[in-house]
Write a protein that binds this ligand. Structure first.
Ligand SMILES: CC(C)(COP(=O)(O)OP(=O)(O)OC[C@H]1O[C@@H](n2cnc3c(N)ncnc32)[C@H](O)[C@@H]1OP(=O)(O)O)[C@@H](O)C(=O)NCCC(=O)NCCS
Length: 186
């Protein structure tokens, strides 16, 4: 697992930064929205204490190097609109998994792509990762589009991998290698 230090990544419109206790309400707003959790195997949060627990787990993961979840902030307003994470690090194999969510009010402005481009650059350069994995419900077209625009390649298909809101849901496995990233000049 990498040794993590406070991270700030600036893009044209966004800042990605470590989360802290002051972000509980905004973090709750993202994950209490059923549109955001539509393809997830968890129900939307109903209690702000769930957001507080998640932030505490995020802080613990910074400390032990097991996960890097960054808040995504609009630079113009300072509003926290979502988050993106690198987790399940396998240090010897220099790989991890990617997760992300943007509050539904802010969908369709290119924020996910912009934020993830910065995070992936950080992952390959500063964290020296070689491979990043993502899995996505094939019905989640926005997420699929985001991954493919970033250069992720479809590598596999796992039927009924998850139970999502009571129904089995398939997964498409995606992977992005450092050399794909370098080849596309990112
Ligand atoms: C996936 C998600 C992060 C995308 O956030 P976003 O900021 O709206 O993404 P972007 O604007 O960067 O890009 C979305 C792309 O998907 C496209 N898209 C959106 N809805 C679509 C749909 N129903 N069908 C096809 N394409 C779609 C957009 O047109 C855009 O592509 P473009 O840049 O070529 O126009 C957001 O929808 C979200 O948070 N969803 C809930 C959480 C989630 O599913 N996370 C991923 C789990 S794998």
């Amino acid at each position: 697992m990498p040794s993590l230090t406070p991270t700030v990544l600036d893009t044209e419109r966004l800042q990605l930064r470590w989360l802290d206790e002051n972000d509980v309400a905004a973090h709750f707003a993202v994950f209490s929205d059923p549109q955001v959790t539509r393809y997830w195997s968890r129900e939307p949060w109903t209690d702000v204490a769930q957001a507080a627990e998640a932030i505490a787990a995020t802080l613990a993961a910074y400390a032990d190097g097991s996960g890097l979840r960054l808040g995504i902030v609009l630079r113009a307003s300072g509003e926290l609109i979502g988050n993106a994470s690198l987790h399940h690090f396998f240090e010897q194999n220099r790989r991890c998994e990617l997760g992300y969510a943007i509050g539904s009010r802010h969908w369709g402005h290119g924020y996910a792509g912009e934020a993830l481009r910065a995070l992936l650059g950080h992952a390959f350069r500063e964290l020296d990762l070689n491979r990043i994995e993502a899995d996505v419900d094939p019905a989640n077209l926005a997420s699929t589009r985001v991954l493919e625009k970033l250069g992720f390649r479809k590598e596999g298909y796992m039927p009924e991998r998850w139970i999502v809101h009571g129904r089995p849901a398939d997964t498409v496995n995606y992977g992005l290698l450092k050399r794909y990233w370098t080849e596309q000049g990112a």
